[in-house]
Design a protein around this ligand. Structure first.
Ligand code: CA
Length: 308
């Protein structure tokens, strides 16, 4: 079986950490590297968190690069209230790895160059600063990348959510797009082949994880189940339930058949009260495929299979 080659762009972060574990656990995914970005925590802390996760599951052969420390034009915004002070709840993990000393752009470009055109995908579960920088490089034709699978945005789709969702960091905007709306716009306008899953799908009530999910994971042994349990314990104790937003981006790469998509374009509000607000316009031949529905039952099976 030929594996799907991916590079992750993330800001770990509880759900990013679980997204990394999901990718590592997949026999269908070859994780070529992890690039951090300022988001839930600083890009340095995020990169070190990624190394800690890799240390715990003995996968330090996966290179980790510290990406952009601040958004293109904005001040850094963090979400340490959700993810705990260091980003990984209250879990204390050792790091035995070292960061790969490259810029995010250099690392991604050289990795893409090692493989056939259109064979490597980027899975983005943090703000899109690194990807926007990369797409700004003249040397990169966007069709060198197979696809960019993004967790970001909220589109007000009325899809089995507690309320139609337009945001989580503000009532208008989802966190990743809010942190760097300029980068998100650059990526959306880039002509790259893009898949986007927003809060409308990641907050689907049938995909929420709560104490029932936790007790299923608790029956499993091994490092992956143990770390997942510890990360979720923190979030669920604090909020009662948790949405594994970032895992949906990995699932969208590995199992696109779990989703229904519509093609079109995504526009962003860059400034003001509605900063980071995203609007989808359905268009024939659009380069953005927006996830508009999910098979929740099959997604939950996938999740348990990967994390137990
Ligand atoms: Ca994230």
């Amino acid at each position: 079986m030929s594996q799907k080659k991916i590079i992750m762009n993330c800001d770990p972060g509880i759900d990013d950490a679980i997204a990394i574990l999901t990718a590592l656990q997949s026999p269908e995914i070859d994780l070529l590297g992890i690039v951090s970005v300022n988001g839930n925590v600083s890009s340095k802390a995020g990169a070190l968190n990624a190394l800690k996760i890799l240390t715990a599951v003995i996968r330090l052969e996966v290179p980790v690069v510290q990406g952009m420390a601040s958004p293109l034009r904005k001040q850094a915004v963090r979400a340490e209230n959700i993810h705990g002070k260091g980003g990984l709840g209250e879990m204390v993990l050792q790091n035995k790895g070292t960061l790969t000393q490259r810029t995010a752009s250099d690392f991604v470009l050289s990795t893409l160059a090692r493989y056939a055109k259109r064979s490597v995908s980027i899975v983005a579960t943090g703000p899109l600063t690194n990807i926007a920088m990369l797409l700004g490089k003249m040397s990169l034709p966007v069709d060198d990348i197979k696809e960019i699978c993004i967790m970001g945005g909220a589109f007000g789709l009325d899809r089995k959510v507690r309320r139609p969702v337009y945001g989580n960091i503000t009532e208008f905007a989802e966190f990743n797009f809010y942190v760097d709306p300029g980068a998100a716009k650059k990526v959306m306008d880039s002509n790259a082949k893009i898949k986007v899953v927003g809060l409308d799908i990641t907050e689907n009530i049938d995909c929420e994880v709560d104490s029932t999910f936790l007790s299923k994971i608790s029956k499993c042994t091994g490092a992956v189940a143990e770390i997942t349990r510890s990360l979720l314990n923190f979030a669920i104790a604090k909020h009662g339930l948790f949405h594994l937003h970032d895992v949906f981006a990995v699932a969208m790469t590995e199992r696109p058949g779990l989703f229904k998509f519509k093609k079109g374009s995504v526009d962003l509000v860059l400034d003001g009260k509605m900063r980071g607000h995203s609007v989808f316009k359905e268009e024939k031949g659009g380069t953005v495929s927006l996830a508009v529905d999910i098979d929740a039952g099959k997604f939950n099976d996938y999740l348990l299979e990967r994390l137990s």
